[in-house]
Design a protein around this ligand. Structure first.
Ligand code: HGY
Ligand code: MN
Ligand code: MN
Ligand code: MN
Length: 424
């Protein structure tokens, strides 16, 4: 079992986690409903602000609503670490929060080691990473990098029609300040995100910590099937313009194309209007989440779904508009930083096992199909990721889990990595 040198004061993480984990947890399912700028997300952000301030960090909210907690005066050569606090509907406890709590615990560990950073360090919380409320994932980091235009972001709406602009105003922020933030990102020499592993890549290995190698190309496409509302009992089949059969064809096409291309395609969200048992729908609005190891496979899946959906729409006298809402190209994390992290984590593992730090403990470097803010920043800042083992192999579910020992190993590895980066 490879264990980075254990965190002598594991209590620092445990105390942080004991405070954060209950915030927004559903008493019934055990899942989380932390949607940007709403109660549970606001409470989690308040927790972060308090915990960071208690460590003497200077907490600032940037123009896009991301939180930055600085150890040292913000300046060039800075190192940042962090993740997100928002969740998918009924999400797990660790996806996002583990990276944030571990970052604060790593600050505690660095101080316990007597480290005086030679560079500024920021702990960051990106907003709307899941896109769970406004539909575009990594919205906070995409705004900061300039990847998404402020005008588009301001107009994004949630299920109740509330715009991002109004949600920010209600959170006490100025939505007119939205936009690329080179002044902040330009300070960073490195960004490291620690994240719970969201599949089985570490679950069946002796490694509690892995390093990210790449993130698959992935994206979201909205499909609007426009039919004609009518009576379920009096309308003959030949007279119908029912959007549901083409919708069903799109789902089945996504599944078979994903199998054919060893890709992943999911249709998990749909809004049916008027959504009445005995009323043929006038509109089905649904979203395709597609991901593949390369752009060719991703394109083949998406265009195959489009063709199948368009064919079925024609046959049923239904309109179809399929539009791309977000797309992240293949992310290959910078090899030098990735390999540096792997070496530091391996040395920590070796020390943890009483072996010479030069021992190659085989720390895994992993591809993933999960998107992250690190995947957005990687095109702008030298970026790397650490993964913490998830024995369940399940994520975006209350079942998602990481053991306390593995969380501590993650904090130790993150502290080792930050100590290495801050010393240069
Ligand atoms: O959907 C994702 O891959 C990430 O969890 N936002
Ligand atoms: Mn997620
Ligand atoms: Mn995440
Ligand atoms: Mn009737």
């Amino acid at each position: 079992m490879s264990t980075p040198n254990p965190v002598p004061d594991a209590g620092a993480f445990d105390r942080l986690w004991a405070d954060l984990a209950p915030v927004g947890r559903d008493a019934g399912s055990g899942g989380y409903h932390r949607f940007s700028w709403t109660g549970a997300d606001t409470d989690a952000r308040a927790w972060f602000t308090e915990a960071a301030a208690a460590r003497g960090l200077d907490v600032r909210t940037d123009r896009n609503g991301n939180l930055w907690a600085w150890w040292g005066t913000p300046g060039p050569g800075a190192v940042a670490t962090g993740s997100h606090l928002d969740s998918v509907p009924d999400g797990g406890a660790f996806d996002g929060p583990l990276g944030v709590a571990s970052a604060l615990a790593a600050v505690d560990e660095l101080r316990r080691r007597g480290v005086t950073p030679a560079r500024p360090l920021a702990v960051v919380v990106f907003v709307e990473e899941e896109g769970g409320r406004f539909g575009v994932p990594c919205l906070g980091s995409r705004l900061a990098t300039g990847e998404i235009a402020p005008e588009r972001a301001r107009g994004l709406t949630d299920a109740a029609g509330v715009t991002w602009e109004r949600a920010m105003e209600e959170a006490g922020l100025d939505p007119l300040g939205l936009g690329a933030d080179p002044d902040t990102l330009g300070l960073l020499d490195a960004f490291v995100e620690l994240h719970v592993e969201q599949g089985r890549a570490l679950a069946d290995t002796p490694h509690p910590v892995g390093v990210a190698g790449s993130i698959w190309p992935h994206g979201r496409w909205r499909m609007d099937f426009t039919g004609r509302a009518d009576h379920a009992g009096t309308t003959r089949l030949a007279d119908r313009n029912d959007p549901m059969p083409p919708f069903a064809h799109a789902i089945l096409a996504a599944r078979s194309l994903a199998e054919a291309h060893d890709a992943r395609a999911t249709v998990a969200k749909a809004v049916i209007t008027p959504n009445g048992t005995n009323a043929i729908p006038s509109l089905v609005r649904a979203w395709l989440d597609a991901r593949a190891a390369d752009e060719d496979a991703l394109g083949a899946v998406v265009e195959g779904v489009r063709e199948a959906a368009e064919k079925a729409a024609r046959e049923h006298g239904v309109g179809l508009a399929m539009t791309n809402e977000s797309h992240t190209p293949l992310v290959s994390f910078a090899h030098d930083l990735r390999d540096r992290l792997a070496a530091v984590v391996a040395a920590g593992s070796a020390r943890g096992e009483g072996l010479p730090p030069s021992t190659d403990t085989g720390v895994p470097v992993l591809p993933t199909g999960a998107g992250h803010d690190a995947g957005v920043l990687a095109a702008h800042v030298p970026t790397a990721m650490l993964y913490v083992r998830n024995p369940t192999g399940v994520s975006h579910s209350p079942e998602e889990w990481a053991s306390p020992d593995d969380c501590h190993a993650g904090v130790a590895a993150l502290a080792d990595v930050l100590q290495d980066l801050l010393a240069r």
